[in-house]
Every structure is written in structure tokens, then in C-alpha cells.
Design a protein around this ligand. Sequence first.
Ligand code: AMO
Length: 429
Amino acid sequence: MYKTHFTSEVTPELDGKTVFLAGWIHTIRDLGGKKFILLRDRSGLIQVVVSKDSAAYNSVSELTLESTVQVEGIVKSDKRAPSGVEVHALSIKPFSIAKSPLPLEVSGKVESDIETRLKERVLDLRRVEMTSVLNISSEVIRSFRNTLYSKRFIEVFTPKIIASATEGGAQLFPVIYFGREAFLAQSPQLYKELLAGSVERVFEIAPAWRAEESDTPYHLSEFISMDVEMAFADYHDVMELLEDLVTNMIDVVKTHCGKELAELKHELPNITKPFPKISYSEALEILRGKGFTIKFGDDIGTPEARILAEEVGTPFYFLVEWPSFTRPFYTKSIDSNPDLSESFDLMYKWIEIASGSTRNHNRKVLEENLRRKGLNPENFEFFLRWFDYGMPPHAGFGMGFARLMLFFTGLNNVKEAIPFPRDKKRLTP
Ligand code: AMO
């Protein structure tokens, strides 16, 4: 056992007790014959005092910033210490002495650009800000799972090596599968639908791959997709579910991550349900009123979404009922107006963080939609044949985890929000 406590667990009540701590040398100062070490672990920092007459004193001289050590020491409650408590070292055992100087400063404010930070990522992840981002990420995922479990969803896993495109063909990564062409999944779409056709309510948190050519603050070539699929439900039902998921996450992060939000100097706004809904057609009207030339079927890009976000005035809103031909083949059209679909995007300001729809559960219509998109229904037989055997009406959505984290952390770039981003030019670390 290397440690008896995390540094955050060392409280004044432990005064006089011996503890074993393990972590990294955050800073060292030499003051009047005593050395003061700030020892860091994932939970925070604690001051370790090493006096000249202690056995630990000699081992301190070789310690560099970011070296890993075990400290055995006695807890002393002391109002002058940064956390009201400090540890007087009995012995310090180094595990790994870090090279000096460091390629990236871990303590203090980092002025490095994002390229350097991603290159020196493991040091960057040790910074208090990035540790906060990772802690918040974990709480967001925990909340997502808990809300879904409470609504009788089960967590599933779908194949990531697949035979055909689901979201439109251009962005697939091919792989060679025993001499045959296959692809990395862009989405669990078809498999989550089939699972909902068996067990009604499923979710998956898993990577998805898109060969994204463009380098934007919102695109990764590998991203974590939070997918939900629900039988006997339509797009209104899953939008309501999405509202519950997001507002519960906000409550959880506010309750459990106060320290992390403070480290990031980020405040979460109060969000109320339901989120505003703007139909695609209304959005066109608003944008035309603001001088945009935009016709039915055009995408709503970032400049347009910025205007809409301003108009709505709340961080989250839904853009609903997109033109049918702009959505994937599995999307259901509105019965009374087939040019439009039962679909939505959840927007955080100008960023699309989730998209979903009611799905089509009629085989004939699915085949027609595939043909209309220039795709061969025969290649989708592995999916379509199950629509002959009692597919329920169903709906669902996919949410981009890194984009969602922009809201929870106040960061501006998805590459900062996840530990090891993949993009066109980045395959390591
Ligand atoms: P869509 O293609 O809109 O829908 O993707 C769903 C969500 O995934 C996120 N996302 C990305 N995040 C980072 N980098 C990318 N390159 C990237 N591409 C997408 C976005 C987006 O809203 N099968 C449907 C979902 C469904 O209908 O259930 C789908 O994949 O936040």
C-alpha cells in the first residue's frame, strides 16, 4: 500500500496521526533551514514540512519538480498552512526523479499555446485545471448513466467494425477486415435501433470515427458519442429525455464539482425545462429577417446559429423539424408534411451538441429513402430484414461528449476537453 490518504482527506481532525501520502512534487521552497514541499495528488495539494533534523531532509535535495514520492509524516493542524493542516515529514521515498527543466510548467499559470499543451499532454493533464476538466467529465458521464438507469434504460455495446455507412458516405475510415473492406463505425445508429427492437431502451457511450478534413474547434476524428435509443417513443419523448439528462447533469456537477468549477473560473447558469424549440422553417424566417440569404434545405452553419442563439437568449435550445432530404435515411418524415422530418438538433449556443429523430420503422419507406440517397438497399439487408419481424416505433439521439464538455468547463475547443484528441494531423500522444 503506497498511501493511506489522498491529500484532500488530510484534515485538522487527524492532528498527531501518522499518514502515508503519495504524489508529485508541485513546488519546493527553502525557508530558514526548513524545506516546504507542496505535494500534489489528484485530489489537491498539501504542504509537507521537512526540518533539518529529520531523516527526510537529505533525500529532498535530489527532488525536482514533478518527481513522484511517498511521504510518511505526522499531521499538524496549523492555521498558517494553505489548507489549515500540514504534514511534518518523517521520511520521503522518491519513486521517479523528473528530468529538469520540464517541457511544460505544471504549477502556476501556463501560457503555452494549445499545440504545445497537446504535445506535452501528460504534464498538461497534471495541471489543476485539466484535472478539474477530467473530474467534471467523469461526473457528467455518471449522471448520464444514472438518469438513464432510473428510466429503465440498459447500457449496451455495439460493433465498431461495420460493413456500411450510416450518416452519409464521405467521412468513413476504411479498415481491411480479413481481406475485405470494412469501416470504423461513424455511429452506433443501426445497431442501437436493432437493440431497441429487442430490449426497448438502450444507451451506449463509445467512440465513433469520422474522417474530418476540416480543422475546427468542434471536430475530432475520434469522438465519444453518447447514444440513446428508445422504442415506443417519438422525437418529442426523446427531446424531453434529453432535457432531463442535461438538467440532471448540471445539478450533479454543481453539487459535486464546486471546487473544480472554481479552479476553471467557470459558473454554470440555471437552466429551466423545457428548452426553447425553433423549427427549421422559423429559423429561416429569423435569419432572412437579419439579412441572410438562405433557402429551404440549406444547412444552418455557425454564423447563422450565432444569430439564432442570440435571438433565443438561453444556452440550450432545439432546432426541430429539418427538411427530410437533409437527414439520414432512417429519419421519419412528418406524416402531414413529408418534406419535413421528425428530427432535432440540440444546440448549445451556436454549437450542435446532439442530434436525433423519430426513426422510420417501415421497411418499404426505408428502402425508398436509401434509393433516393443513391444507396443500395441490398447492402443494408442486415438491418432491413428485422423490419419484417415487428420493429416497434422508436426514436433516439446521439450527443457529442467533447462538445457537451464545452458547456461544463467553459473551454472553447473540443481538443482541450478530452485527454488525447485525434485529428487530421494528430495520432500521438
Ligand atoms: P450526428 O452525425 O449529428 O448524428 O452526430 C451526433 C453528435 O455527435 C457529435 N459529433 C462530433 N463531435 C466531435 N467531432 C466530430 N467530428 C463529430 N461529429 C458528430 C455532435 C453531434 O450532434 N446517428 C446520429 C444520431 C442519432 O440520430 O441518434 C448521428 O450520428 O455533437
